[in-house]
Design a binder for this molecule. Structure first.
Ligand code: HEC
Length: 202
């Protein structure tokens, strides 16, 4: 028997032995378990299906209804969100900014950083760096551009449509505008008191 044949025979034996392992593993797939709605004396109501905790909202009914992860979709929510998607940046209020900041810090800051300069922790670990929001091109970009990037993704950045609802996309856009202003505000746009303070400091 040549060496090659010996190796082949050993490989074959190993395959047969491993196939045997699969048989043993099967026992772990087939553990005792209940099917949905099966009867059991374990619980007072006699059902193996446990009621959801108070306040639970089905994915298909809650905030995520109009997204692919809330697969069944709630038509009313879907229509409301579609209306937000067609609309423009809503009037900026303190509540909108607070919501935008919260969502931005969760979904965008990991890469874009909390100040939007593109140096978030994920980037420091090797993800490609996004452009800073504080460059002329993005300062001049229309509000809709930011909304669309979240919806569709952009280059290596994937879409957040599934996690950030249209309503919240606008809140994030409002917050990005605030971040941009924080780094690039014309003195004339300041309230008189602040302007006076700044001039005095000079
Ligand atoms: C996983 C990292 C990551 C996250 C999270 C992320 N982005 Fe990005 N983003 C990028 C990268 C990388 C680019 C540059 C993509 C390219 O040009 O290929 C980018 C580009 C952008 C741009 C610039 C598009 C242009 O015109 O150049 C905008 C605006 C933007 N992202 C907004 C957001 C918003 C808003 C969020 C949160 C909802 C977000 N991003 C979340 C990585 C991320």
């Amino acid at each position: 028997m040549s060496a090659l044949r010996v190796v082949r025979a050993l490989l074959l034996a190993a395959c047969v032995a491993l196939a045997g392992c699969e048989q043993v593993m099967r026992d772990m797939y087939e553990q005792p378990r209940f099917d949905p709605d099966a009867a059991t004396p374990l619980f007072d109501d006699g059902s193996a299906t446990r009621p959801p905790p108070d306040g639970s909202v089905a994915r298909s009914r809650g905030d995520a209804a109009a997204t692919a992860s809330g697969r069944l979709g709630d038509e009313a929510v879907e229509e409301a969100q579609a209306a937000y998607a067609r609309a423009d940046l809503p009037p900026i209020t303190a509540a909108l900014l607070a919501r935008g900041r919260e969502r931005f810090d969760i979904y965008c800051a990991p890469c874009h950083s909390i100040v939007g300069d593109g140096d978030g922790p994920v980037v420091r670990h090797g993800f490609p760096a996004p452009p800073s929001y504080h460059i002329d091109r993005l300062r001049e970009a229309p509000d809709r551009h930011f909304f669309d990037v979240v919806t569709q993704g952009h280059g290596v950045m994937y879409s957040y449509a599934d996690r950030v609802l249209p309503q919240d996309r606008w809140a994030i856009v409002a917050w990005i505008r605030a971040l941009q202003l924080s780094q690039h505000a014309p003195v004339d746009a300041l309230p008189p008191a602040l302007k006076a303070q700044l001039q005095a400091a000079r």
